[in-house]
Design a protein around this ligand. Structure first.
Ligand SMILES: Cc1cc2nc3c(=O)[nH]c(=O)nc-3n(C[C@H](O)[C@H](O)[C@H](O)COP(=O)(O)OP(=O)(O)OC[C@H]3O[C@@H](n4cnc5c(N)ncnc54)[C@H](O)[C@@H]3O)c2cc1C
Length: 382
């Protein structure tokens, strides 16, 4: 068993770190407070080969590994937390499910611009009455001749105000087996995007409405029976979410550590107070243990998709450790940490959201319990 990254991975991490420090450090604070997607950075990251890292070269990707994508998301976040939205969107988000299941024709149409940082894809899974109980989704796709007519609505979709392509979970028929997905393009008749609303993090989302939206057969991603495949693809999105929680927790930890070394109160640097030393000790151990679970989940994927239990455990640990570290770092930095002049408060707000998004902590624990007892626990009343 080896707990160190191998030489190739270390070299990759060094190169991403150098790039991030040279190109992303300046403007990191400003970017975090702007709601618009940083398209200039998206193109820069694309040119640097940081989008499509684990995708096959034949698909326009870099032919790398999931581990490299995780390393990239962590190294970028440690310099510019906001730019990580781009690494997530280009490697872990709905694009990953798309690459796994799209037809060659669909890939040819959509991937070049997505991987060039010119367009964005958004995932529409959650509905007003289907959150944690996602299989209760009501958005229907009914066949009419050669097209599918979609009716329904979606909420909370990340990047929805700016995306051009939407991967939408739909119901072709009853039950879990009736669920699949379609690709909806901005501007398609019958598809409207509502007024943007803001999350506590500052991220914006807009309600997606489908009213008699006619989807050609070539825009079907997964037909009936596609739900399990989609959730397997979504496990990669969960690992991106987990990696970012951890990285933002570390970002805040690093800033608080520097602060505690130089800030003096009662004639001594803060790091000499045991009450604060213990906070750092706890943060460090939580971050390190979550990191190991994250690497285990990544290893479970090999060249394919990560295993469900390992993903759930990693996300639970990283979401918790990342948020707790960011929150404690803020406390250690006092009024400076609470101020918008540092990014610690930003890390608190972002990491908090990932405890809900992509499978809430409670739903992850439900999934972990199923593995422990080797049986399914239906959450619905009998
Ligand atoms: C930052 C952010 C980004 C998001 N991005 C997207 C996106 O891109 N696309 C998309 O489709 N959705 C997105 N979402 C929505 C997200 O997937 C849902 O918020 C999430 O699934 C929870 O659903 P809900 O908000 O309806 O809460 P509810 O399902 O109403 O749950 C409320 C609370 O009850 C708990 N709970 C519910 N059921 C159980 C149970 N059986 N056992 C124990 N506890 C339970 C939940 O954990 C939660 O704490 C995003 C959300 C956030 C916060």
């Amino acid at each position: 068993m080896d707990f160190e990254l191998d030489e190739e991975s270390r070299a990759f991490a060094d190169s991403v770190r150098r790039f991030a420090r040279n190109k992303l450090a300046e403007g990191a604070l400003r970017r975090a407070h702007e709601s618009a997607y940083p398209w200039d950075v998206a193109r820069m990251l694309a040119a640097q080969g940081l989008l499509g890292i684990p995708f096959a070269e034949a698909d326009g990707g870099m032919g790398g590994t999931l581990l490299q994508a995780v390393i990239a998301i962590q190294e970028v976040a440690l310099v510019c937390p906001r730019s990580d939205d781009i690494v997530q969107a280009g490697n872990f988000g709905p694009i990953r499910t798309f690459v796994e299941y799209a037809t060659p024709g669909q890939k040819k149409r959509f991937l070049p611009d997505l991987l060039a940082g010119k367009t964005l894809m958004s995932l529409g899974m959650t509905e007003p009455d289907a959150g944690s109980a996602v299989t209760d989704l009501q958005t229907r796709a009914e066949m009419e001749g050669t097209v599918y007519v979609v009716n329904g609505s979606k909420i909370f979709s990340t990047h929805s105000p700016e995306a051009n392509l939407f991967l939408i979970y739909v119901r072709y028929g009853p039950g879990v087996g009736g669920i699949g997905s379609v690709l909806v393009e901005r501007g398609m008749p019958g598809f409207t995007i509502g007024k943007p609303s803001s999350f506590m993090s500052g991220e914006q989302w807009a309600e997606l409405h489908f009213e008699g939206c006619r989807i050609p057969a070539e825009n079907v991603l997964l037909g009936p029976g596609g739900f399990k495949k989609q959730i397997s693809g979504f496990n990669v999105e969960r690992l991106g979410n987990a990696s970012r929680s951890l990285a933002l927790g570390r970002y805040a930890f690093n800033l608080a550590r520097e602060h505690a070394l130089v800030r003096k109160q009662f004639g001594r640097p803060l790091c000499e107070f045991q009450g604060l030393q213990w906070k750092f000790a706890e943060m460090a151990v939580k971050l390190d243990s979550a990191q190991l679970l994250l690497y285990r989940a990544v290893a479970s994927a090999d060249k394919g998709l990560p295993a469900a239990y390992e993903t759930a455990a990693a996300k639970l640990a990283c979401n918790t450790a990342g948020w707790e570290a960011a929150n404690e770092a803020l406390q250690v930095m006092g009024g400076t940490g609470y101020s918008r002049d540092t990014l610690v408060e930003y890390c608190v707000r972002r990491t908090r959201g990932w405890m809900i998004a992509g499978g809430s902590l409670e739903m992850l624990k439900n999934r972990i319990a199923e593995s422990i007892f080797d049986r399914r626990f239906d959450q619905r009343p009998g």
